[in-house]
Design a protein around this ligand. Structure first.
Ligand code: NAD
Ligand code: LMR
Length: 324
């Protein structure tokens, strides 16, 4: 049985995520599940309603549900922590504008992981700004290997893949994974250079001008577009990306495939400075294990943009050092 902590259990993302985890979409149909759901005290009542609905689904794999507001209780014995609970941005804000308010959540949860979690726990940070919140959490949990921490850029990858498939008039499955480089922010770089459509380079199928001037900004700003249209930030697609991200980390990566995840940059093959949570192409090397895929090429356009995203992460890290 896998014990999975989910924070922000009464929030929008959780309302989709919890049901998909319990249905076995994340870890497969053979793995039974215990949910450890964390919420603020004021949101425990609505969370109880969500739990009633989870029970009413009679999911065969769902064996235990624990809820509460104390991470030091809920994080005991967990295998996976999905750190979702945090404030979402409002229209007009950048994700990094949330740092001052959300950083304290990841300080507290990093300390709780340090104190009580199994040292093999895998942690996926979703609450924004997720790369820097992940950097905070791992820096307060030094007992846990920092390689076990990820911040989520899978939603951006899924967005890029869907947009390229639509433009090329092919199925999403015909498009290879698209690496997201850097920060989950409007400086992220969706990679058009190393991606293929039915084994043919994307740049041979689609105009370079569209890839550089339309696809990249559309993916960079998709979160803001959804927020503007819905009045709330993306939720079902974010939950879907969490399912994909954890699924792909725990299952073998097919030859020639990879997935995007923001991980500790130390020793990376692309010359990105150490001690950043930076999104790279990754492959699973065993359940919960990964390596960064080397050998991807950058052109001058991508190089300049990737450096901008690296600089933004350096700046967020130094801002956070002042806060903590
Ligand atoms: P939401 O406001 O609907 O839900 C957040 C929930 O977290 C609330 O129920 C709140 O009570 C709870 N919460 C707040 N602080 C908490 C704490 N310390 N411990 C436990 N629970 C706590 O927000 P949402 O739409 O579910 O989004 C959650 C976060 O995910 C936001 O920061 C959002 O920006 C981010 N997000 C990231 C991605 C990504 O791709 N990385 C995608 C979508 C959303
Ligand atoms: C997203 O990419 O949809 C999330 O990070 C939410 C946001 O604020 O854009």
């Amino acid at each position: 049985m896998k014990r999975i902590a989910i924070t922000g259990g009464a929030g929008q993302i959780a309302y989709s995520l919890l049901f998909r985890i319990a249905a076995g979409d994340m870890l497969g149909q053979k793995e039974s599940i215990a949910l450890h759901i964390l919420e603020l005290p004021e949101a425990i009542d609505p969370l109880k309603g969500v739990i009633m609905e989870l029970k009413d689904c009679a999911f065969p794999l769902l064996q235990e549900i624990h809820i509460g507001s104390n991470p030091e209780e809920l994080f005991k014995d967990i295998d996976i922590a999905l750190l979702v609970g945090a404030k979402p941005r409002s229209p007009g804000m950048e994700r990094k504008d949330l740092l001052r308010e959300n950083a304290k959540i990841f300080i507290e949860q990093g300390k709780a992981l340090e104190k009580v979690a199994n040292e093999n726990v895998r942690v996926l940070v979703v609450g924004n700004p997720c790369n820097t919140n992940c950097w905070i959490a791992q820096s307060f949990a030094k007992r846990i290997n920092p390689r076990n921490f990820h911040a989520m850029t899978r939603l951006d990858e899924n967005r890029a893949r869907a947009q390229i498939a639509e433009k090329a008039n092919v199925l999403v499955k015909d498009v290879s994974p698209i690496t997201i480089w850097g920060n989950h922010s409007s400086t992220q770089v969706p990679d058009y250079l190393n991606a293929t459509i039915n084994m043919q380079p994307v740049k041979d199928r689609l105009e370079l001008k569209w890839l550089q001037e339309t696809m990249i900004p559309q993916v960079q700003n998709r979160g803001a577009e959804v927020l503007k249209a819905r009045g709330k930030s993306s939720a079902a697609s974010a939950a879907g990306a969490i399912i994909d991200a954890v699924h792909d980390l725990y299952h073998p990566t097919a030859p020639g495939e990879w997935f995007s995840s923001a991980v500790l940059s130390n020793g990376n093959p692309y010359g990105i400075q150490d001690d950043l949570i930076f999104s790279f192409p990754c492959r699973s090397t065993g359940p919960g294990e990964y390596e960064i895929v080397s050998g991807m090429e950058w052109d001058a356009f991508m190089q300049q943009k990737i450096k901008t995203s690296e600089s933004e992460l350096v700046e967020e890290r130094s801002n956070v050092r002042n806060i903590i």
